[in-house]
Design a protein around this ligand. Sequence first.
Ligand SMILES: O=C(O)CCC(=O)C(=O)O
Length: 302
Amino acid sequence: MEFAARSEEEAVRLLHEHGVCWIEGVLAPDAVETCRTAALDRFAEVLRTLVLLQAMRTHSDSPPPAIRYGEVVERDGGRYDVRHKMCDEPFATLFARDGAASRLVPLLLRALGGEADVIALGQVVAMSLEGWAQAGELADSEDVVVSLGDQEWHTDGPVSLFAEATTSSHLPPYALNVFFPLVDLNGSNGPTEFAAGPGSAIIFDYRLWHRGRANNSDQDRPMLYAVVARPWFHDYKNHRYEHSLFGGQVAPCPRMALGEERAGLPVSHSDQLADLKRSIEPRERSQKPSRVSRSKRSASRT
Ligand SMILES: O=C(O)CCC(=O)C(=O)O
């Protein structure tokens, strides 16, 4: 099946019919380079601290605890999901007007019914054999699967939002994951079952089954990701840990409204709270839901 989309129409159709599409050349080569350097720097900072923490534990008999911090969470398939400084530049304004990935905004809005927020920015690093050997015993813990094998097949969010329905594939998506490979994906370095080049975007429905393959190369493989969701969606499945790898608590990355004058700026907490309140109001009281803050937001969209 061919999932490459050459137009906005085609991308939206593929997303709605198959849950996935792939768009070539979204990030310009200099943006890929800037993002790759920043992403790998941030991952190196995280890894240094993890190794240090591990070294300080060498006298303990107990197995190291699972890696679950606000900035980094260990995933299966030899991967780290890293959020450390990922809502700073050069990532924060990817989808802003004139941002490096701004051309995706109209299609993401269309695929998500007209309004959407960026609810997460991060990178998944598929560790190379060398990187893994360096990190050594880091995650030799019993309750986490750490292997350089393939990831388990998984979805990123519930297949159905309703407990009594086992599928909702006929319904439009509530959230999309946008992957930007920062290096060439090939058979050996842990592709997500696509062979996409750096700078392309792979957009897929949160409900789509997928997995990352093992990275058998000698280079770590960073993949930038952005989760874009309808304004009412809160991602309880992939909640983040609050305690920081560096001590203390992690300041959560704010949601960012997509496709607005203030794109790239956080949706204020009062906006979020107002939305949340509206979404749980009893139906009788919200026959004609007033979408004040949201419609104001739409009005400012050009
Ligand atoms: O690293 C990849 O290729 C995919 C990662 C992924 O799907 C995940 O960690 O949830």
